[in-house]
Design a protein around this ligand. Sequence first.
Ligand code: 8DG
Ligand code: MN
Ligand code: MN
Length: 385
Amino acid sequence: QISEAEVVMFSAPSYACQRRTSLNNHNTVLTEALSLLADNAELSGDEGRGVAFRRAAAVLKALPKPVTDMTQLRGLPCLGEHSLRVIKDILEDGASSEVESTKRSERYKALKVLTGIFGVGVKTADRWFREGIRDLQQLQDSGQTLNQAQQAGLEHYDDLNQPVTRAEADAVGEIVEKAVVSVLPGAQMTLIGGFRRGKLTGHDVDFLITHPEEGREEGLVPKVVSRLESEGFLLYQKTTRNSYLESQDGPARPSSNMDRFERCFSIFKLSEEEKRGLKQTGNGVSRIHSHRVPGPEAGHKPWRAVRVDLVVCPISQFAFALLGWTGSKLFERELRRWAGHEKAMSLSSHALYDTKQRRYLRATSEEEIFAHLGLEFIPPSERNT
Ligand code: 8DG
Ligand code: MN
Ligand code: MN
């Protein structure tokens, strides 16, 4: 029995963007429980409750040690009554009955499976659930009309629900970079999203593309896509053109995290050879036979589907786009909340607007944006909230 005097008291600032959160989480049991309740709240259309659970989980992720006693949590922000009850149950009984019953519930299980299909959001999954659909087989048998994204999502369900490794991300990066540079010499590509934060796996691979000469990047996505398509790399793609200039609600629209960059959400066909870096694209194919190259044997498909996001931005907005697309999602949300509530500024992936000075604040690096916001710089590897 540890006496209260010996218990380490934790403390943390209240916004996630004021804290360093590495991948080394000392409280995974607690944070996974709270994340599950956040998922469940979001699947029930209760975004507010979802964010509350995510903020609670984020505070625990940033702690330097495992929580062993409720008294350690007294000084911590973002831990509401509900989250504290869940933590207490787990510390005392090893499990939370609410979490366990949620995990077993028909609705939670079905909505997890259905929203696990690329292109299916909560609204669609919920409608299907109400029509009695519980799994992929029932969805297929129901004859529901699926859009193109959902058809591709269903077809590649297993691949897309298998984590993407860093090696696979790098293989995709090489392919995309070749295509980008061939259609626009001098273009620069940066790995963003979870992999930039140092994660070892991800649900997709995200890239930000720009060109040092402003304007040269315009219309790049369709060209890159046709090239990748002609090379047989794309199983699915949806390109959205840049809608920033024609938008009427100003560059930094605080209420939404959707930006208006030219982008492409795609599903890549990554072969075993490309994954191992054995295939040389260009004039013919040369294979280095240091390993056995797997043939198309029965039961073994020699490629896998990988979700890939491409975003293109003008160089003048690069720092904002980089910060906005590196994540995590909660870190981004907290940055925007900090900007709005504490600094009367409006941050987007395009710009930072100072409401009091009535002007945009320029930045050419992430460091400058943190400085404008009056925040200590948090490197990508410590944005894993
Ligand atoms: P994961 O793929 O490893 O699972 O995690 P991730 O890389 O952190 O998540 P993500 O879903 O790929 O999203 C990467 C970042 O991009 C994240 O911070 C959220 C951000 N993001 C979108 N869509 C949009 C958007 O439309 N606008 C902006 N500004 N950011 C977006 O996912
Ligand atoms: Mn990602
Ligand atoms: Mn993504």
